[in-house]
Design a protein around this ligand. Structure first.
Ligand SMILES: Cc1ncc(COP(=O)(O)O)c(C=O)c1O
Length: 346
């Protein structure tokens, strides 16, 4: 039961719905802070140093959101009219309001292909030649794990092939690593290994790591200085953000290894979908996201979502006949048992 006495809803809408833990709130309350614009917030500086070290890059910037990390990361690499090649259904292409185009004049080239990582041949086919009529291909942007493909995880070796191809074509590389921590847990590689070869890397603390707000953009000192100018321009430079940086540092220390539990619970949810004839995963379950085709016995994904909500399980449709479940810090084994009971009555 929740504090208000109403039955608890198992919230599987996203891994962004987590509330800070008591321990996290404590470090936030006690954080040493300063003014970021005056460059004297020690906790923000510490976070940026820790993240730069983890990503194996020279510098990192603490920013309000993954969207801003992606936007200024790409913005620092393009001129108006330049083309950014990225997988169709990348978060940058699908969910960031056309920001790269609207704010930085980039042409987003959606490379078609399955499961978040189209074949290199597909990237090659969309990397238009040097003809002056063509948008100049300048950036390849990848996403790992890939949200829309059900949290698919791409290995360091696989990503390396793409980075090598991009470098060979003279492209800079941006990584949307909002869930790089989940990728690390699955592959056993470090964040630096996942980030290797990318010019800009955006990572989030407000997803599976359970911090309330915040992301970092990593890269070379030079590229981060350019991104910082864009951050100022967009109003993304905050003041006593040490309170939030403290939450991010706490999350990095305490909430990374436990992501394995989220992944196991996502697999358990996929089994429940099969056991109760609710749906079939659209992709292998590799991390904390279960994107599934809704069983035809339901008139629509919306109808399934509404019925589940009445039984205390919240999630989103992703299309007329598909939906998504996401596990996170605030979902435990008791919640999975509750979902089992709820699904059994659908
Ligand atoms: C892969 C990916 N990148 C970026 C973002 C954007 O993060 P934010 O919501 O903090 O802007 C999200 C949000 O869910 C995401 O899933």
């Amino acid at each position: 039961m929740s504090a208000a006495g109403s039955p608890r809803v198992v919230d599987l809408r996203s891994d962004t719905v987590t509330r800070p833990t008591a321990a996290m709130r404590k470090v936030m309350a006690e954080a040493e802070v300063g003014d970021v614009v005056f460059d004297d917030d020690p906790t923000v500086k510490r976070l940026e140093a820790v993240v730069a070290e983890r990503l194996g890059v020279e510098a990192a910037l603490f920013v309000p959101s993954g969207t801003m990390g992606n936007q200024i990361g790409i913005g620092a690499l393009v001129q108006p009219g330049d083309a950014v090649l990225l997988p169709a259904f990348a978060h940058v292409a699908r969910w960031e309001g056309g920001g790269s185009a609207a704010t930085f004049g980039a042409t987003l080239v959606h490379v078609p292909g399955e499961s978040g990582l189209p074949a290199i041949e597909a990237f090659e086919a969309h990397c238009y030649g040097p003809h002056p009529k063509a948008p100049r291909p300048v950036v390849m942007a990848l996403e790992n794990t890939h949200n829309w493909s059900g949290g698919r995880v791409f290995s360091v070796e696989k990503i390396r092939e793409y980075v090598m191809w991009a470098k060979g074509r003279g492209l800079a590389c941006h990584l949307d690593g909002a869930r790089i921590w989940n990728a690390m847990i699955v592959t056993g590689n470090t964040a630096a290994e996942h980030a290797r070869g990318f010019d800009t890397v955006s990572v989030c603390f407000s997803k599976g790591l359970g911090a309330p707000i915040g992301s970092c953009l990593g890269g070379s000192r030079e590229v981060i200085a350019r991104a910082d100018r864009l951050r100022h321009r967009l109003g993304g430079v905050w003041r006593q953000a040490g309170i939030l940086a403290a939450a991010a540092l706490h999350a990095l220390e305490h909430h990374v290894a436990r992501l394995a539990d989220d992944h196991a619970r996502a697999r358990a949810l996929a089994e429940l979908l099969a056991r109760h004839a609710i749906g079939t995963p659209l992709h292998p379950i590799e991390s904390n996201i279960v994107h599934f085709a809704v069983h035809p016995r339901f008139s629509s994904a919306g109808a399934l979502v509404d019925s589940a909500r009445e039984r205390g399980v919240a999630f989103f449709p992703t299309g007329p006949a598909s939906a998504r479940l996401v596990t996170h810090l605030d979902v435990d084994d008791g919640d999975i048992a509750r979902v089992d009971k709820a699904f059994a009555t659908l």
